[in-house]
Design a protein around this ligand. Structure first.
Ligand SMILES: NC(=O)c1ccc[n+]([C@@H]2O[C@H](COP(=O)([O-])OP(=O)(O)OC[C@H]3O[C@@H](n4cnc5c(N)ncnc54)[C@H](OP(=O)(O)O)[C@@H]3O)[C@@H](O)[C@H]2O)c1
Length: 426
């Protein structure tokens, strides 16, 4: 654990802050001096316990930097994510209390990284904070620590509000398709071949809980490729919005299960972001039948963005590819016909049937393997600056930390649909 990691661990009591300051001062080489405009204390939103609202605090220590790849960002706009309310409500993903939440933002570089980098003071950057155990990187604070491999320059063509709401969904979609489905992105703005990258690094660097997914989740012959079908259940989610665009850019055909009454018009009016086929979710059995027939029993890849039950529906869509009467013998998992169900938020309880693999998205690769995070961020910069990737719709812009709890309540009630809420900071 780095010095400054300890710093955030110490909490907000006066005694803790004094200890923290004295620890920091013992190693001035490691911690760059804070420019005068960055105050030693800042406003943050703290979570003091599960099922509690976030509380605004004005005298929390400003986080300090560790290592030569970190830099300090003045937060301008926070993008709100479902995890921001689900974690406190269901008491998961909270490694310590009080806790600071918030997984993405756009800010302005206040202190650039020590080592040579493309980030300069004053630059606007998209910061994606998947490293939820390190509170210095959380978005619900005025100053946020970013690493140069988990941040992207905001192109001038993109408003900070739009930039603040696309990062988590982009990383989820890229890892989902690039690792779990093995899709190679090199045909899209010279994107990365993520599976090759992870399979070339020392396996000891991969966390034990994601190693198997990275090394054995899909074999070479089964990797998704141009012409394959991808079904997305929960096609109106922000993650689905990104999944659909990237998959189609790579030449996959997409079929998206959504509440058609709510989302069909919005989804079909933009040629770049629309799925190839949209199916209504109202009657799941009917939706399964439609997915099966529309993909002519050749569906091999399904991503669920909703939960265990809908992942089960998707499993039924996928099972048909070898239940075809002309192919009575289930093939072995190593044949190209193996199918893959990827769950962003849950998978069926049962074990997968033969020839079908369940996948969890190895999200932590993004912050634990710098070369992978960096290649994704450079690709994101290219995708955004060339206009190849369209950011999700911004459904509301709130003002100040004081607006966060109410905005999250709207998300809890299911009122935020087909886009994101963001919160601007003064
Ligand atoms: N594990 C990871 O690494 C990771 C990363 C990113 C996201 N996630 C998780 O993935 C999920 C999606 O995240 P997100 O940010 O993309 O979500 P989001 O933008 O908040 O959207 C959620 C969508 O799910 C739709 N939905 C709900 N019930 C549905 C059903 N029965 N059938 C079809 N659609 C349904 C909703 O549509 P309506 O508006 O029509 O209700 C809503 O648009 C969340 O649970 C999130 O926590 C996980």
């Amino acid at each position: 654990m780095g010095l400054l990691h300890m710093f955030s661990f110490l909490g907000t009591s006066t005694a803790s802050k004094q200890i923290a300051v004295s620890v920091v001062c013992q190693d001035p080489e490691k911690v760059p001096a804070r420019p005068p405009q960055v105050a030693p204390h800042q406003r943050v939103l703290l979570l003091r316990g599960p099922k509690q609202p976030y509380v605004e605090v004005s005298d929390h220590p400003t986080p300090s930097l560790d290592g030569n790849r970190e830099f300090l960002v003045r937060n301008l706009v926070i993008g709100l994510n479902p995890i921001d309310w689900k974690a406190p409500d269901f008491n998961f993903g909270i490694p310590e209390l009080p806790y600071i939440s918030g997984r993405e933002l756009v800010g302005e570089v206040a202190i650039s990284p020590k080592r040579r980098s493309r980030f300069r003071p004053g630059d606007k950057v998209i910061v994606i904070s998947t490293d939820y155990r390190d509170l210095r990187k959380a978005a619900y604070q005025q100053y946020v620590v970013a690493t140069d491999f988990n941040a992207a320059r905001l192109p001038p063509s993109l408003a900070p509000e739009a930039g603040s709401a696309l990062g988590v969904a982009f990383v989820a979609a890229a890892l989902c398709l690039g690792i779990c489905a093995g899709l190679d992105f090199s045909s899209i703005a010279n994107g990365p071949n993520l599976l090759s990258i992870v399979r070339q690094i020392d396996p000891a660097r991969l966390a034990p809980d994601v190693r198997d997914e990275c090394l054995h989740g899909i074999d070479e012959e089964s990797r998704a490729k141009k012409g394959d079908w991808l079904a997305i259940w929960g096609g109106s989610s922000t993650s689905a919005f990104m999944l659909n665009q990237i998959a189609r850019l790579a030449g996959l055909r997409t079929i998206s299960v959504v509440d058609v009454r709510k989302h069909a018009v919005k989804l079909s009016t933009n040629d770049i972001t629309r799925p190839d086929i949209v199916v209504d979710n109202h009657d799941p059995q009917r939706a399964i039948d439609i997915v099966r027939s529309a993909t002519a029993k050749r569906l091999r890849f399904g991503v669920d963005t909703v939960g265990r039950d809908t992942a089960g529906h998707l499993l039924e869509c996928l099972q048909q590819h070898y239940a075809n009467e002309s192919d009575p013998e289930p093939t072995t998992p190593s044949t190209p016909s193996s199918a893959h169900l990827i769950g962003l938020t849950g998978l069926p309880k049962s074990s997968p049937p033969a020839n079908l693999t369940f996948h969890n998205v190895p999200f932590k690769l993004f912050h634990e393997i710098p070369e992978l995070g960096e290649t994704l961020m450079l690709w994101l910069e290219r995708l955004l600056s060339t206009g190849l990737l369209v950011p999700p719709k911004i459904l509301g812009v709130e003002e100040g930390f004081g607006a966060v709890n109410q905005a999250l309540d709207r998300m809890r009630r299911g009122e935020v649909s087909g886009g994101r809420l963001v919160v601007r900071l003064p």
